[in-house]
Write a protein that binds this ligand. Structure first.
Ligand code: GDP
Length: 441
């Protein structure tokens, strides 16, 4: 999970507070020392940490204790609020009013610009936009080809004039092409360098002058630590960024530097990317990230993600089935199909509060396995699909034969089905628990 160790440390420190009926200034001091260490260890910018701890302390000591909260809960509430405001002020939308709306993607080489451009194009397409990807990186060998590959994966057209034309002219021509072809959003994939250099900045500034992009997004690799903050600062200085996209938040490095970007540069984080797959991008919500770090899970993100991919009517039916305990293997198959579109299961589970994703590694839905699962379920009788408990050894053998698999595989599937059923029940229960917890906090 993102910021796993920061999250663990903060949670255990804050848990100590909730157990206490009264909090003294000393208790708060001690807790804030731990919080400070946890943030510093996670590589959050020193100045940002100092300010953060100071504010939380002042607010904790000076606040009127609300009747509905224990003092410990009150502190958690304040930490949550301050963590949120450190990362931003609400969701920052893309501001695209012109037609076509132009987004310039920039960043250092390897930050994930090309991948992220394709991800954003896909994201925009899902929202009903008609995007165009424009290949302005004429320096890195194979950059154009790479954009064409990811473009075709997300089924978005890629505009290129090859690598012999000036990037500024390519950008202009790309915008003209979009206008002529009724495409409403242009994503300019610009060149990166290993380090910031004058020539790169000048080229980007020229593109800005010529096509006036409404959005200038800096793609930043969250794994580069404090360097990410410096890069953001310089790019913002030279280009007046409108937003940041943080990539590689799936990495298990400390990542805290990324959390300081907003506080240091005041440029909002607009999206976060957590994987190489082209749907692994999310709109950034500071409040949800804060709750995720503090272990409140990210039920909202989960729901949003599910809504984008899952048929709502079907979801309602599924909910009823879970409630009535009539979830069958047929539904399971149906679910697997839908969940495949959601991304890796353990990533989803990480968003659920209190969910131990490690315990559920075994139920992850591997694409390759899907064909087998389908064959196995299709080889069952209707009765077996509805009541898998009746599947004994001889039925298992018959099903394995019918599906061209082995009894062991059939067994595994039945176990997965049981686990998923259990997990879904748990999820339902947790949803209720969360609501209660939220109200208390
Ligand atoms: P560019 O040089 O900035 O255009 O970077 P690329 O788009 O070529 O990405 C560099 C590498 O980072 C590629 O191997 C990508 O697959 C990978 N990458 C991009 N975004 C992510 C992410 O969110 N998570 C992970 N793990 N890898 C990513």
């Amino acid at each position: 999970m993102v910021f796993e160790s920061l999250s663990e440390k903060l949670q255990s420190t804050l848990k100590n507070l909730t157990g206490k009926g009264r909090l003294t200034e000393k208790d708060i001091d001690a807790a804030m020392r731990e919080v400070k260490l946890a943030l510093l260890e996670a590589d959050v910018n020193f100045k940002v940490v100092k300010q953060f701890v100071k504010t939380v302390k002042e607010r904790s000591i000076g606040s009127d204790v609300m009747e509905s909260l224990t003092p410990g809960q009150q502190v958690i509430k304040i930490v949550n609020e301050e963590l949120t405001s450190m990362m931003g002020t609400g969701e920052s939308q893309l501001e695209l009013k012109s037609r076509p709306g132009i987004i310039m993607m920039c960043g250092l080489q390897g930050a994930g610009k090309t991948t992220t451009s394709a991800k954003l194009a896909k994201h925009l397409k899902k929202k009903g936009k008609k995007p165009l990807l424009v290949a302005c990186d004429v320096y890195r060998p194979a950059a154009i080809k790479q954009l064409q590959v990811v473009g075709s994966q997300v089924e978005v057209e890629v505009f290129t004039l090859g690598d012999k034309v000036n990037p500024v002219d390519i950008a202009k021509a790309g915008v003209e092409y979009a206008k002529k072809n009724g495409l409403d959003t242009v994503l300019l994939d610009t060149a990166g360098r290993l380090h910031i250099d004058e020539a790169l900045m000048e080229e980007l500034q020229k593109i800005v002058q010529e096509v006036s992009p409404e959005e200038i997004l800096l793609v930043l690799d969250a794994m580069t630590g404090q360097d990410a903050v410096n890069v953001a600062d310089t790019f913002d200085d030279q280009l007046k960024l409108t937003g940041v996209v943080l990539t590689k938040l799936d990495g298990d490095t400390r990542g805290g530097a990324a959390l300081s970007i907003r506080a240091v540069t005041e440029v909002p984080i607009k999206f976060i990317a957590m994987g190489e797959k082209l749907d692994q991008i999310e709109v950034f919500h500071p409040d949800r990230m804060a709750s995720r770090i503090l272990g409140m899970g990210d039920v909202l993100s989960l729901i949003e993600k599910a809504q984008a991919n899952v048929d709502e009517q079907k979801a309602k039916e599924l909910e009823a089935k879970l409630r009535n305990q009539t979830f069958t293997l047929d539904d399971f198959l149906d679910q697997m199909e839908q969940m495949r579109n959601l991304g890796p299961l353990d990533e989803l589970l990480g968003m659920i509060p209190g969910m131990d994703s490690k315990a559920l590694k075994g139920v992850s839905l591997d694409n390759k396995e899907f064909a087998h699962v389908e064959a196995i379920i299709k080889s069952m009788t209707r009765q077996e699909r509805e009541k898998p408990e009746i599947i004994d050894m001889s039925r298992r053998k018959r099903i394995a034969k019918g599906s061209g698999t082995s009894p062991v595989e059939v067994n595994r599937l039945l176990k997965q089905f049981k686990d998923i059923k259990k997990m879904m029940k748990q999820f339902g229960a947790m949803g209720k628990q969360m609501k209660k917890r939220k109200m208390r906090l």
